[in-house]
Write a protein that binds this ligand. Structure first.
Ligand SMILES: [Zn+2]
Length: 335
């Protein structure tokens, strides 16, 4: 009897200890699968081919540093693209003085998708390229960079997102697309305020009558073949929930080799001023190596060219953003 009791007890312990974790794992897998399936069902596919084309188009224009013909052409091209897709576009002109005492007429490009909607997300990037390759060898230092990644990639991803949204309109989410000028004319090693002149102006001049986006996502250098996007310090400080959501969506979608689960120090980028001057909690998806504490290999070098741009990287970023947008749209839809 005692032996039988022990036998029954041990079988019981064995089966419960084996079954419970299995059940939980199965349940988790099932739940994760359900989330991924919901993403797939709701969000349109991100077209990495046309995104790559958009990067290449900008590179073909040449360096888009302030004052250049290519800069002007790029403004027209972005504006026309949004207007062709029935999104009204405003050119916000401002006067900016760079650290070398030069004065410029900067132009931010603001395109509002469904401007009447109250639920709004800001998607932004800079489109200007650095006027000098100051991280390159001595003979190249004075040349402007092509900015395939640093400038071109962010613009291209936002354009492709609009294309996707055009195919399958968002129901209850508006988007403020903003393309900042004069981001990349800062003093390396100097004050933060010498960078990001366009976003500083934009953040200080949001009309009181306009509907402010509740949160923002900034893209910078999102197309390199070897891209990694760590959780950046300012993003964690100002909008930890959004960092968590974006990185977990990316992980579930199979992009955890890009959206890595590591954090890095605070980086000066347009989102600094969006957070502090406009009071819109905004995160930055930016290529930065935690170990090296540095940006991508071709940062501010003339080698920042189309040959280092990867469709797979562009897809990882664009598709993750689309998943997030359609997930939010569904939440806003819920009664
Ligand atoms: Zn830059």
């Amino acid at each position: 009897m005692y032996r039988y009791f022990l036998f029954v007890l041990s079988v019981f312990i064995f089966t419960t200890s084996c079954n419970n974790p299995n059940n939980n794992t199965e349940k988790n897998i099932h739940q994760d699968k359900k989330i991924v399936e919901t993403f797939w069902q709701n969000a349109p596919a991100f077209n990495a081919d046309s995104c790559y084309y958009f990067v290449n188009y900008q590179v073909q224009l040449g360096p888009r540093n302030p004052g250049s013909k290519a800069h002007q052409l790029c403004v027209e091209w972005i504006k026309n693209f949004f207007e062709k897709n029935n999104v009204k576009t405003e050119l916000q002109k401002f006067s900016g003085i760079t650290f070398d005492k030069k004065q410029w007429t900067g132009i931010n490009i603001i395109a509002k998708y469904k401007p009447e909607l109250k639920n709004r997300i800001l998607l932004c990037t800079h489109y200007d390229t650095r006027p000098f390759a100051d991280r390159d060898s001595e003979k190249n230092k004075s040349h402007p960079i092509l900015g395939a990644n640093d400038g071109g990639s962010g613009v291209a991803v936002l354009m492709s997102i609009l294309q996707a949204i055009h195919q399958k309109p968002l129901q209850n989410t508006g988007i403020d697309f903003v393309f900042f000028d004069l981001e990349d004319y800062g003093n390396a090693g100097g004050e933060s305020e010498t960078w990001c002149l366009g976003s500083q102006y934009w953040a200080k001049n949001i009309p009181l009558t306009s509907i402010k986006p509740q949160e923002g996502i900034l893209l910078d250098m999102v197309g390199d073949t070897n891209a990694v996007f760590p959780k950046e310090g300012l993003s964690i400080r100002f909008h930890p929930v959004l960092v968590h959501n974006i990185w977990s969506i990316a992980q579930k979608a199979g992009y955890s080799n890009y959206f890595i689960d590591q954090s890095v120090n605070e980086i000066t980028d347009d989102h600094l001023f969006i957070n502090t001057l406009a009071n819109i909690p905004c995160i930055d998806i930016v290529h930065y190596y935690p170990q090296k504490s540095d940006f991508f290999e071709h940062h501010h070098k003339i080698s920042d060219d189309i040959k280092n741009i990867s469709k797979t990287t562009l897809k990882a970023v664009g598709q993750t953003l689309l998943y997030y947008l359609y997930q939010q749209d569904e939440k806003h839809n819920a009664p």
